[in-house]
Design a protein. Structure first.
Length: 316
């Protein structure tokens, strides 16, 4: 049995190495959703860069609905010709739905974590709190009287608020909107007291005095929100909630192909002009190893899964 197992392993290793040597022999397909969103931008920047280095065109294939593209990718041949970009929703959505057509761990081969986009805790200027600690104290003094806005239920601005609520031990009421823009408008109008939009939605309003910024949701200070402390260092140690974007292949893709694509994509992501394009879209490039992405998924599923279950969050 041991000899048979070794022979099978050698067969897969040789086959994978041969596939990597002949790859790519035809154009690649990069699946993505959210036309105009973070995953779409990631796909287009990576596809353009890859097309210029691997000698084959990388075609971006937009589909309506993130769950749909994940299902398509999970059922695609593991030959290195179908990739997809997705946000952290990929591994969090199973906690928010009764059923999903894929398993985020078993059905995909992680390639690289592209980058992360922090949220900014903002309040309307009329809220009697000039720091995050004062805001928490105010919420504790007035349980159930303060509201926080977000876009669709289960998206990162919503999760950031729920994590804040849980870690601070406060009772603030979630008000969901169909889009982040509508939510920001109501916070600017004073109808809602606070929210966690991303930097590009928050900081222009902060600059003109329509909103007050308190902290950034990343683990470390962010170049996207210069001068702002983190939520963690402002009174909630360990707090972190950011949107993430990543590249995946179908499960069982040969390791040699995963390694090759990781190398090629990381080289694209580390180009200064690409990093600048991501920063302009409120995303900081990470460019991880495949194992780094796998570890991040595992950690986030454990940590944020608890928050989602405790708040009984259901995706829209």
């Amino acid at each position: 049995m041991k000899i048979a197992a070794i022979l099978v392993l050698l067969t897969f290793t040789v086959t994978g190495a041969a596939a990597a040597d002949s790859w790519p022999a035809k154009p690649l397909r990069m699946l993505t959703a959210e036309l105009g969103g973070g995953s779409d931008l990631s796909a287009r920047l990576i596809a353009t860069g890859l097309s210029g280095t691997i000698g084959q065109q990388v075609i971006v294939d937009n589909r309506v609905g993130g769950v749909i593209i994940a299902d398509i990718a999970a059922k695609s041949a593991p030959d290195g010709y179908t990739l997809f970009t997705y946000s952290s929703t990929l591994w969090l959505i199973p906690f928010m739905r009764r059923e999903t057509p894929y398993d985020p761990v078993k059905d995909f081969a992680p390639v690289t974590l592209i980058g992360s986009s922090p949220m900014v805790l903002v309040t309307h200027p009329s809220v009697a709190a000039t720091s995050m600690k004062e805001l928490i104290a105010l919420a504790k003094a007035k349980p159930g009287e303060l509201n926080f806005a977000s876009g669709p239920s289960g998206a990162i601005p919503h999760l950031a608020g729920e994590l804040f609520k849980a870690m601070a031990g406060i009772n603030i009421v979630h008000i969901g909107y169909k889009g982040v823009g509508l939510a920001v408008t109501d916070v600017i109008g004073g109808r809602i007291q606070m929210m966690f939009p991303n930097a590009s939605a928050a900081l222009p309003q902060v600059k003109v005095g329509r909103l007050r910024a308190h902290a950034v949701s990343s683990a470390n200070p962010s170049a996207l929100a210069p001068g702002l402390p983190t939520v963690a260092e402002s009174g909630l140690p360990g707090y972190e909630c950011v949107a993430m974007y990543a590249v995946f292949l179908p499960a069982k893709t040969p390791v040699a192909l995963v390694t090759r694509l990781n190398k090629e994509i990381v080289q694209v992501l580390n180009k200064p002009e690409i990093r600048e394009r991501f920063l302009a879209a409120s995303t900081e490039v990470v460019a991880s190893t495949p194992q780094g992405l796998a570890d991040t998924m595992k950690s986030e599923m454990t940590r944020m899964g608890r928050v989602i279950k405790a708040a009984n969050i259901r995706a829209e």
